[in-house]
Design a protein around this ligand. Structure first.
Ligand code: FUL
Length: 493
């Protein structure tokens, strides 16, 4: 009898098993399984993927301005003014680690040109200050403290330099700047992010400096290939377009970079990104825990409150951006108690809020999953594993995922995460719970990306439905979280 092929149609459209009936012998041919979705370009580089997982890290503005009580120095300050009495980078790192921050970016040089490391290329640095008899190096101390504690280390080297005489003589200054960059990128171990500010001015010759961005970035690529490069325009990470701590409700990690440059005057575009943009350039939210970037004793009573920090968290990390929170050390060279106490409260709040993911107890169902394969089943969105995901068939653009809890649970927050290694897809979603009159919407949103958090009035229910209303390609979700987040208690300010 000739072999008969009997395809067994499975629950999905595409996958089927092929069993050959060859009389006495039954030969099993490896099943024709449906593979993962094709990536939707552009997709993140491995460096960008690793960066996105950091989510929350510290910015440190410290330098000449700390001692002159200014935000922007003139460059005419004498190095003798820089004299922290108790500088201890390990104390900074202890505070950051306790806060759950994953790294630190230091202003190695701000606009006044004063260098926190003994650069060979200028006299305007710690080497001519009284601090540690001119033998100190803040970049070294902080990079070592980070390494010991397992935190990532990054640098901010201001291109705008109000001290350097060659500023404005463009090719000469670009050489000077690259020399300084080379020092930072070769002498202090691995750098996870290089932060390029877009500010630009005129030099002593009255000419406006023209920066060699491509040359600066090429140097980073060569000397620290694992670092991501931040500027208004990327190339790896973009500014979110404001310094208030808020990403937009719609936040695409994709951007059309042509015509966008550091100092670009349309920040709102950077806040939202470009749907269908040709490059992967996710947003970073930079904001200070105080009104100023540098420490001012007069602002000790204006450290952001816990509810404010929590609000910033939900509008940055919870809107597909990373949060770079500035915490400026004081004139002693220490982080003050008010800032460190607030950061610890913030961490405790986040730990409490996200300690129990109720989705872990739920049974998941979906309107569709890829080929009916268990690899892409709805259960993959609630298994707590970041490398597995629910995905639909290629032709699907809207789909629902339903969670059923073993008994009624109360919650007020849902987290969604896309498998961004395959590109950002979701355009619009909503969250529903059952009511007497059918499914009732409790929240909705637009983009998802790496992480989306939505809060709503508390509900008590046994079921929850996530509806992807529209997507640029078949949707994916690596994880769905369901939480009962407490209200942040008010702090004194
Ligand atoms: C701005 C600078 O002018 C501020 O002083 C600060 O460093 C902020 C993070 O970037 O462009």
């Amino acid at each position: 009898m000739p072999p008969v092929a009997s395809p067994v149609q499975r629950s999905g459209k595409r996958g089927f098993d092929l069993a050959l009936d060859v009389g006495a012998h039954s030969v099993s041919v490896s099943p024709l399984r449906v593979g993962p979705p094709e990536p939707l370009p552009p997709v993140p580089s491995p460096q960008q993927l690793a960066w996105q997982d950091l989510e929350f890290y510290a910015f440190v503005h410290f330098g000449m301005n700390t001692f002159t009580d200014r935000e922007w120095g003139t460059g005419k300050e004498g190095p003798a003014l820089f004299n922290p009495t108790e500088l201890d980078c390990r104390q900074w790192v202890r505070v950051f680690k306790r806060a759950g921050m994953k790294g630190v970016i230091l202003t190695a040089k701000h606009h006044d040109g004063f260098c926190l490391w003994p650069s060979k290329y200028t006299e305007h640095s710690v080497k001519n200050s009284p601090w540690r008899g001119g033998k100190g190096d803040v970049v070294k101390e902080l990079s070592e403290a980070c390494r010991e504690a397992g935190l990532k280390f990054g640098v901010y080297l201001s291109p705008w330099d109000r001290h350097e005489p060659s500023y404005g003589d463009s090719p000469r200054y670009n050489r000077f700047y690259k020399n300084q960059l080379r020092e930072l990128l070769t002498n202090y171990g691995p750098i996870f992010e290089v932060w390029f500010d877009g500010a630009c001015g005129e030099g002593p010759n009255g000419r406006r400096q023209v920066y060699d961005w491509e040359g600066y970035w090429a140097l980073v690529r060569r000397l620290q290939p694992n670092a991501v490069i931040f500027s208004d325009a990327g190339p790896d990470v973009r500014w979110v377009g404001n310094e208030r701590g808020y990403a937009d409700e719609t936040n695409w990690s994709t951007l059309n970079r042509e015509g966008i440059y550091p100092g670009y005057p349309h920040p709102k575009e950077l806040t939202r990104g470009h749907e269908g943009g040709k490059s992967w350039v996710p947003a970073e939210v930079d904001v200070s825990i105080r009104p100023g970037w540098f420490y001012h004793a007069s602002q000790d009573s204006q450290v952001k409150s816990l509810p404010k920090l929590v609000d910033i968290y939900f509008h940055s990390v919870g809107r597909n951006a990373n949060l770079l929170l500035n915490v400026p050390p004081d004139r002693r060279g220490l982080i003050t108690a008010v800032d460190s106490t607030r950061l610890a409260q913030f961490r405790d709040y986040l730990d409490r809020a996200f300690a129990v993911n109720l989705a872990g107890r739920a049974k998941a169902a979906a309107s569709n999953w890829r080929g009916g394969e268990s690899d892409f089943a709805p259960a993959k969105a609630v298994d707590g594993k970041p490398d597995t995901y629910w995905a639909t068939d290629d032709s699907v653009r809207s789909a629902w995922l339903e969670l059923e809890f073993p008994s009624a649970v109360s919650f007020n927050c849902v987290m969604l995460q896309e498998a961004i290694a395959l590109g950002q897809r979701v355009r619009r979603f909503r969250v529903l719970v059952p009511s007497a009159s059918g499914w009732q919407q409790v929240a909705d949103g637009t983009t998802v990306g790496h992480k989306r958090l939505v809060r709503f009035e508390p509900v008590t229910t046994t079921k929850l439905k996530i509806e992807i209303l529209d997507a640029r390609a078949c949707p994916t979700l690596t994880e769905v979280g369901v939480f009962a987040v407490p209200p942040p208690e008010a702090t004194s300010n």
